[in-house]
Write a protein that binds this ligand. Structure first.
Ligand code: HEM
Length: 394
């Protein structure tokens, strides 16, 4: 295994990580990424296999678990009940109960309101250049996830603040200040949800929180701590990545030009998949090895970590011809942006629906939309999203 060096906070890498991924892939599927101190899979085959290989998983192996620092307790308490940090049998149980409530019917029911929301947001666009990331790409997912869970829409700015402070924990630029801010946010978020879940217990509504409370399988239900952890996970994961999928997609379309047929009923599915493949919002997830395992010539020992570079796999020329080209006319084939295997994104159908509605409405209403300033990515690796998207209607 070769050793590669690349700071994840280097400004050139933050703006365009793809040349580094290409250089890594050209040398093999798997390398040691020195800056993260772990093996990293860059090739499509390695990422695809590792996502499905049950000898690897997200939950920390028992002998490596340490009590976290006291100042992080509220943050760690939320993570402790998150399906994203669990493996079977805990993961199977949590995911099954959540999927009882998070049904395709519940998602489809959001569609008319979602379309109306997109139009209302566009009605409020100013004439002068404005930040489309804030005015549209953020509002669509955050208001939609509030509606799905049944949290008042007026809470959206508060949810964004808690969520931003919590997900900063997964960024390479994390500091001690980040930790304190995340712990405070997790505490306030959990306090709010505890009260809110209590209200829904005594006053059930037609929303996801009520359905999560009622979700039952063979007499088993979610505990209050699990409900709080699950709602935090759904509310945070439910907008952070979708916001930047929309932002990155609109940026690419405005920079490279777009065709009306991409946004038509026969083309929109492909456009959404191509946006997610070409410039995804989440680039890297990690796994622990649970036993000695040989993968692409490297032997992992139990407890070793490996990074899966979803964004590098999406552009592997051995999996997809001309993978560096943005081509929404191509069949949607290679897309690791929602992961794969046991932890495959629970929200993928919702994220796809939001994008399939928000993009055609935006470009139909604002066909003359143009960039008003060069967009920049924020220094938040492994997140890959814009700081803002200044646009104007000409
Ligand atoms: C375009 C938007 C989105 C992207 C790119 C995305 C990406 C991902 C990825 C890559 C994973 C797997 C991580 C891993 O394997 O380590 C994941 C898991 C998850 N996502 Fe998403 N996501 C998006 C939207 C959403 C939405 C809208 C929701 C909820 C409403 C959501 C909820 C979740 C949950 C609960 C998990 C954990 C699943 C599990 O551990 O079994 N995501 N997402």
């Amino acid at each position: 295994m070769k050793t590669l060096t690349q700071s994840p906070t280097d400004p050139a890498f933050v703006q365009d990580p793809y040349p580094f991924y290409a250089a890594a892939r050209a040398q093999g599927q798997l390398h040691h990424w020195q800056d993260f101190g772990m093996a990293a899979a860059f090739g499509h085959s390695a990422v695809h296999m590792l996502l499905r290989d049950r000898r690897f998983g997200r939950e920390v192996p028992e002998e490596l678990r340490k009590p976290g620092p006291a100042h992080l307790a509220p943050f760690l308490a939320a993570e402790a009940h998150s399906m994203l940090e669990a493996e079977p049998p805990r993961h199977t149980r949590l995911r099954r109960l959540v999927l009882r409530a998070f049904t395709s019917r519940a998602i489809a029911a959001l569609e008319p309101g979602l379309r109306e929301l997109c139009h209302q947001l566009i009605d409020a666009f100013p004439q002068q250049p404005f930040d489309l990331l804030d005015a549209y790409c953020t509002q669509v997912p955050v208001i939609t996830i509030c509606r799905l869970l049944g949290v008042p829409e007026a809470m959206a700015p508060q949810l964004l603040d808690w969520s931003h402070r919590m997900v900063a924990m997964y960024q390479a630029a994390r500091t001690e200040e980040t930790e304190h801010a995340a712990a405070q946010a997790a505490q306030a978020f959990a306090d709010f949800l505890r009260g809110y879940i209590d209200e829904r217990r005594s006053d059930p509504r037609d929303d996801l929180i009520t359905r999560l409370i009622a979700a039952e399988e063979e007499g088993d239900t979610l505990s209050t701590d699990e409900l709080v952890g699950t709602c935090i996970l759904l509310l945070n994961a439910g907008h952070e990545a979708t916001v930047h999928s929309l932002g990155n997609g609109v940026k690419t379309m405005l920079q490279q030009g777009w065709q009306p047929e991409w946004l038509a009923p026969g083309g929109i599915d492909r456009l959404v998949e191509e946006i997610l493949r070409y410039d995804p919002p989440l680039h890297m997830f990690t796994r622990y090895a649970y036993e000695e395992a040989e993968v692409f010539g490297h032997t992992f020992q139990r407890g070793d970590k490996v990074a899966l570079l979803l964004a590098a796999a999406n552009r592997d020329p051995s999996a997809l011809e001309d993978a560096d080209r943005f081509d929404p006319a191509r069949p949607a084939k290679v897309n690791k942006s929602f992961g794969g295997g046991l932890h495959f994104c629970v929200g993928a159908p919702l994220a796809r629906l939001e994008m399939q509605i928000a993009l055609p409405v935006l470009f139909a209403r604002c066909p003359d939309l143009a960039l008003a300033a060069a967009p920049e990515y924020s220094n938040t690796y492994h997140f890959h999203g814009l700081t803002r998207l200044l646009a104007a209607r000409n």
